[in-house]
Design a protein. Sequence first.
Lengths: 319, 612
Amino acid sequence: MTTMRSVEIGGLRRELGGRSRFLIGRVSFEERSLVVPVSLSNNLGQRGIIFVSSDAGELARQNETKLRGLLPNAKVVALNICKPLDVAMNMHRELCSVLSDEQGKDLIVDVTSFRREELLMLLAILRLDKFANISGDITYVGAGVMASDWMTRNYVQHRSVIGYAGVIKPSRPTCLIMLMGFEVERARSIIENYEPAKVIVGRGSQSESINQGLFDRNARLVDELRKSFGVFAGDFDFSPRDPNLVVEQLANIISDVDQDHNIIIAPLHTKLSTLGVGLYAQRHQGVQVCYAVAAEYNVAAYSTVGSCAYMLDLKMLLK
Amino acid sequence: MSSNPFQVFNPEQLDAAGVARSFVDVFTDLPRLRDRANTFILGARGTGKSMLLRSLEPAVMLLLNKATSLKELPHFAVHVPLKKAEFAPPELQRLAGYAGVAVGEHLLVMHVVYRVSQQLVTMADQISADEARKFSEYFFNILCYSGGEYKTKITNSSSVELLEEVCSVCEMELMRVRQFYTRLPFSSESKEYAGALTGYIDFLVPLLSRIRKFDALPDVPAFIMLDDADNLPKNLQRVLNSWVSTRSTDYICLKITTQLGYATYKTTDGRIVESPHDFSEVNLSTIYTRHSDSYWDRVSEIVTKRLRNTGIASSVHEFFPGDTGQSKRLKEIASEIRQERASKEQSGEKIRGSSRIRDEVTRQAVPRLMRELAGASKSSHTFSYAGFDSLVDLSSGVVRWFLEPASRMYDEVVSRRNDAGFVSSIPVSVQDAVIGEWSREFLDHLELRPEMEDEPSEDPEASLHAIGHETELYTKLRNLIEGLGRLFRKCLLTEDKSERRVFSFALRDRPSVELQRVLDLAVRLGYMQRSDIASKEALGGRMPRYILARRLGPYYRLDVSGYAAHLSMTSKHLELSFDDPNAFVAARLNRTSTQADQLKLGLNYDDDDALS
């Protein structure tokens, strides 16, 4: 289990403010991406690195402008998601330039609006030996409402995440493990592209779900996916919030899988559960983590800001 | 519980017996596949490419009685699936220049040799230990010359053990090369590659030539069947194209499948491989558009086979019955049409439409029924697309588009019944419900929507699948389809037209770059198919024709049966639809009402036999 604290959005400023901490974050079209920067904006000289999309649309650009106003001393770095190798190199270079000195001793890593692929790369970078002494908090701003009809569409590329290529043997069939969220079409496209011999589907556990509505929707979408592909080889519940619990849950499910399979994991749920996938894969290098690149996001209705944020110790990610 | 006879399975997960049991011979339609030549086989997902390749494997050929022994086989075919999981890592594109080509080619060669040796293991009982040892020794020798450090670890072994060792070494080499690419993912320094470097000409060709010397195997070229080459990153596609350009078809014939997302036909040194000089091309998507009778035959055979395999004795028409009430009304309408024609002929009135009454009935019966339903009763939604023939038409030449909805229909019937007993037919209501949803789902991918954010720019090194992702393209495509769907529906309901069934358009002029991109995206995603037709306006020239996927028929309430005419259009008209589908329809119909004769001239069949 991860020690985690839940903080009301209104109380974040009090929780995060008051001392100089280096922020690593990501701004996008989501309103949630500005919550932590707003909470830190009263800190004089607040520094950080904020990643943005190089081809951001109007709303994302507006948020970037707001961010620059809130944190004028933060460095803004553009990432081109069409070039994952460049994304990995740029993130690595930028973080190397700041984390090796004192700034790395009290970080805030806001994972709220990183794309899952970027988040997994970030995790792999932070776990490099050279950053063994960094410390601080991870923050995640929960969503209130997610878009009811669609969230992303038109998946133009399917690839593994840099640093998570796994060990794939041609002699072994593939077992795809999906941590399902709300994007049925994304899940469907991954299954169609990877053509696995087995599919195991995970659903966010009811007891840990942020609210009942989200749980019900997740469960319904898992059933919808089952209708398209028939019987799955297995299913399981996973924690939407506790990365360490996700590691244990994955370990249990994968230990049941015939060892003679190439294991591919598709994280499609919350960023916190995606961190769990990343932690598992970092400790089991044979596993591949995959990502489907979406051409379109439902910007107008993707998400609203929830009532609380979650904070966990960064050291938890480094073990 | 009875198993679903229409379950869509991955051909790779079938053993040889499973492939032989399910396969329906299509080679009378596709003779070029068996030619001793390099061939690209194009087709959307679900058109049966992998099944086609698997059917050429030695074990399957024997089970299908294409030969009585391995020696009699016309070719030695090896299936090499290029799986997403193996080629998904972006790290495979880290190396640039010569290093990228050399190491990439070695990776591809090892993939092929792994599959070849795996194939040989399955027939090891027919290969003597002496032959296997010679093959193994040769493999290790040339691998050593190529910089490999493996030595055979076994002596005095059986042919199985010797061939399994070759297989195992190839797999280890594959993993070693992948590790070279994927290790140190965040470092800009590239470690120097110190491993083996095998190539097509210096390794693969001589190694596979050795197989011809086995007593039990035929002295014929090897068919190396590379399946789903779009999964390769662009740099490896160029390596593959270089293989195609070597024209070593006396030794190896490359059969390469792609899903229309193949990024480049350039070789590693910048030349372009072309059809027919370097390879022949088979497009499964268009071949069945042109030869719909053949496709109907194939689907009928496939479905019959699947029904029998599950113990269901129904014929395809019994299992997928049509709406009897609708059929009865259509017969009545056909009779009315014949009577009207007869009266006109008697009275000496000028006959519009087809000269043959049979064709006139074919062209007019369903549209007249649809007009009837759309009239006062406002019951267009009651038109039924049920029935085996209709379902075949709706599948638009893609076998999977028949099987997937059929599978859902079967599951629906089973779930409605209290017992898990025998299903002998699918009720019309179930067929219509599933087909309606199936058609709608196809368009859901391109739902009309407001301006999108976060448009990623093009990556020139990406596979073609990534190039078309500007969101504007999708919006334009959606609007174009909407415009065409509505236009074709309006044509269907217009009484005074000689031909109301329209399902395609021919481009009369050169499209703009943007229009071409939208049309290419439509073809790639399966919303349209493209063929060329002789142009009446350009002597000796040909016009591209784009046919709407019949799968969209139920959504737009179109007549999907049989031959249909096409409309001749200009790019300017089509581009109107990008911003406003309604404006496109209005402009097109306005042109129609003022230039009716020209519209008539624009109605063509590309198969004149249909009119003779």
